[in-house]
Ligand binder design. Structure first.
Ligand code: GAP
Length: 449
């Protein structure tokens, strides 16, 4: 097995074992390209989304939040160009009946069975359809949104009016999107139901290039703050024939996944495409009026569009480390060295042994720490095993109550990456953890003291 496949298999197995990600509908044999977030996955994903929301909405006076509906008026998808353009060329093998995207086929043979009995490509729309109301008719057909962006465009005037923002300003949204992908795969990289974190920034047309560069820089820096290794991310500029139907200019932030360099997030200059089209299809005036100059214009839109699930997979694969145990180098430990800000559990709390009142004191410490952090209390198995379980979950700190705790109110704190252990007073645990999370730098091994 190739090394990349082995690494991916190990990551998938760890995600199941530790409760990050499960295959959807597993007891019914599973369903392709749909995934469930387990107890750790849901915490980790929430941490990614919270960090995005904090940096894009909470910290910025010029960006507002929105949560628009998933099902929307079907005309939106005519206006947006999705009914006409959101298609992939589909080729089917007449021999094994597998289906492929045309660009996944190199040469003239089926990648699955080798047959040359391939159909001509036919265009396949990626939007999921359903019906609104009891009648399953053409007029009642609606779509599960394939991107969150359109909900923002159609609410842009409502947000403007309610918030009294002035251009330039942005609207941000996190939510589910659905695509009936022909060739999904690579775990959660390409699935049929996923989450997007999108921000649409409305600007004067003359300023679009300036803001496009600004948002490229902001998004790059965000991934660094997320703890992703800067050497593993790259810019890819879309060539003329790659640009989506709405884009004037587009760059992807790509990440070196175990299965290759692939898109993580897109930054697009969408020009006035979306608002002009919605103005045309809705017959509503969507111009912006500058209150000072009186100028009326359709704003240009700079979009940043990231996948939460892809971000999660990038962090997991960046963090996944197999290394010799320092005290016993013939044994390997598996550890997720992710930014503690993103770690699903922040602190493991253990009694060294299950006697001498240690469980009682450790439980009390866990109860106090839960007010501030996600905590996992564990008293089963040897202390070494408990540490290793938390390493695999990416837990940055383990607090252990031992005999000395009863003498001087101290515990040991063990740090995940460096394995440094220090003794601290019980009431110093929380401030120390907070300080460490703020100052964490990848591979820097900051001392706990
Ligand atoms: N509003 C623009 C837009 O949707 P996109 O490049 O099609 O642009 C943006 O998608 C991001 O959404 C991608 O960079 C990726 O992170 C995520 N994404 C797209 N399709 C996905 C899929 N099938 N599974 C998981 N994530 C996906």
């Amino acid at each position: 097995m190739a090394k990349a496949d082995k690494t991916m298999n190990e990551i998938v197995a760890l995600c199941k074992r530790r409760g990050f990600i499960f295959q959807s509908s597993e007891i019914y044999g599973g369903i392709n390209a749909l995934w469930d977030m387990g107890p750790l996955g849901v915490e980790m994903k929430k941490n990614i989304k919270d960090f995005w929301w904090k940096s894009i909405v909470q910290m910025r006076p010029d960006v507002e939040g929105l949560d628009s509906s998933i099902l929307m008026h079907p005309k939106i998808w005519e206006a947006s160009g999705h009914i006409e353009n959101f298609t992939d060329p589909l080729i089917e093998c007449r021999n094994c009946h597998k289906r492929f995207r045309a660009d996944d086929i190199k040469g003239k043979n089926c990648p699955n069975c080798g047959s040359d009995q391939l159909t001509e490509p036919r265009m396949f729309n990626l939007m999921f359809k359903t019906f609104i109301g009891p009648l399953e008719s053409v007029e009642n057909t609606i779509y599960l949104r394939p991107e969150t962006a359109q909900g923002i465009y159609i609410d842009y005037q409502n947000v403007l009016m309610a918030t009294r923002q002035k251009i330039p300003f942005g609207i941000a949204q996190i939510g589910k999107a659905f695509r009936n992908e022909i060739s999904p795969g690579n775990f959660i990289f390409r699935s049929r139901e996923f989450e997007q974190m999108e921000m649409q920034y409305f600007v004067h047309p003359d300023d679009a290039n300036k803001w496009f560069e600004y948002w490229r820089e902001m998004r790059w820096q965000w991934y660094i703050q997320l703890g992703i290794d800067e050497e593993k991310i790259h810019w890819h500029r879309h060539g003329e024939n790659e640009l989506a139907h709405y884009a004037r200019n587009a760059y992807d932030i790509e990440f070196d996944f175990p299965f290759g360099r692939k898109e993580l997030e897109g930054v697009h200059n969408r020009g006035d495409f979306d608002l002009s089209r919605h103005q045309q299809y809705s017959n509503k005036n969507l111009e912006y009026t500058d209150k000072i100059t009186g100028e009326k214009f359709i704003p240009f839109i700079i979009e940043t569009s990231g996948g939460v699930d892809r971000g999660m997979l990038a962090i997991l694969s960046d963090a996944y480390t197999v290394e010799p145990e320092p005290k016993n180098p013939s044994k390997m430990r598996v550890v997720l060295k992710m930014h503690p800000r993103i770690s699903p559990i922040k602190v493991g709390v253990f009694p060294l042994v299950k006697k001498d009142n240690m469980p009682k004191v450790a439980s009390e410490i866990a109860r106090e720490l839960r007010k501030k952090f996600t905590v996992f209390y564990d008293e089963k198995d040897s202390i070494g095993r408990r540490y290793r379980r938390q390493d695999e979950a990416g837990t940055p700190f383990c607090v252990t109550v031992d005999g000395q705790t009863f003498d001087d109110d101290t515990v040991t704190i063990r740090e995940r990456d460096t394995l440094v252990q220090v003794r601290v007073k019980i009431d110093e645990i929380a401030p120390m953890i907070n300080k460490y999370i703020e100052n964490w730098k990848k591979n820097k091994g900051i001392s706990l003291s």
